[in-house]
Write a protein that binds this ligand. Structure first.
Ligand SMILES: Cc1cc2nc3c(=O)[nH]c(=O)nc-3n(C[C@H](O)[C@H](O)[C@H](O)COP(=O)(O)OP(=O)(O)OC[C@H]3O[C@@H](n4cnc5c(N)ncnc54)[C@H](O)[C@@H]3O)c2cc1C
Length: 185
């Protein structure tokens, strides 16, 4: 990370949208936050799913479940959608040497705060709403590139997110591909 960011000023814990007027891009802004928030939710809010995670340590219990992840899609089993039992995911003999067990229960909810956004909810009405925001972003494409899982309202696994970022940046005018070292001039 240090090598990739070498020579670039980095500001942490600053909400760009709250301080937009303090920043003046010489070329283009690359914004990786929620696209609807960028436009002040002017067409409405895109829906997301978040997860509440409850962690529980059970001392004196060897294990509760036979595997590391138990899915519980049926409402009859409760509101949670899965339980993780971490010791099953650890290498042996480390896993079985642990005293007690830790369970994490995940329960979905509809988040309001963008920092709780985890998964997009791409039903038709949200796809249509996203298309409206994307049209705004196309109009602003000379000044800003709105991208990433929140900017494109898509779930990306990490490898897909990195592949997408490399593709999008390679399409930018004046892109110096040597910075990441995967091609040379
Ligand atoms: C709960 C969860 C579990 C996941 N598990 C896996 C996994 O096991 N394996 C896997 O491959 N992938 C996993 N992923 C996916 C992976 O996290 C994403 O693919 C990757 O983080 C996407 O990168 P990104 O840059 O698009 O978005 P992010 O990593 O979300 O980065 C967006 C950045 O923009 C910043 N930002 C947003 N708004 C503003 C603002 N207004 N001002 C300034 N900065 C702002 C945020 O702070 C953040 O740093 C998981 C994702 C989630 C949500």
């Amino acid at each position: 990370m240090r090598r990739m960011l070498g020579g670039l000023p980095v500001l942490l814990n600053v909400d760009y949208l709250e301080h937009k007027s303090d920043f003046h891009a010489t070329e283009k802004v690359i914004f990786t936050g929620p696209i609807d928030e960028f436009y002040g939710f002017k067409h409405g809010k895109l829906a997301y799913r978040g997860q509440i995670r409850d962690h529980e340590y059970r001392p004196g219990v060897d294990s509760v479940y036979p595997k590391g992840q138990i899915n519980t899609p049926s409402r009859e089993l409760g509101d949670h959608v899965r339980v993780l039992e971490w010791k099953h995911m650890m290498e042996e003999p480390f896993g079985s040497s642990i005293s007690g067990t830790v369970l994490t229960t995940e329960t979905p909810f509809s988040p309001e705060d963008p920092s709780d956004y985890e998964y997009p909810f791409p039903d038709q009405s949200n796809q249509d709403l996203y298309a409206e925001y994307r049209a705004l972003a196309e109009d602003d494409a000379d000044n800003v590139l709105i991208c990433g899982r929140l900017g494109e309202y898509r779930y990306y696994d990490m490898d897909q997110a990195i592949g997408r970022a490399m593709k999008l940046t390679s399409e930018l005018d004046g892109w110096q591909s040597t910075r990441l070292g995967y091609t040379s001039d």
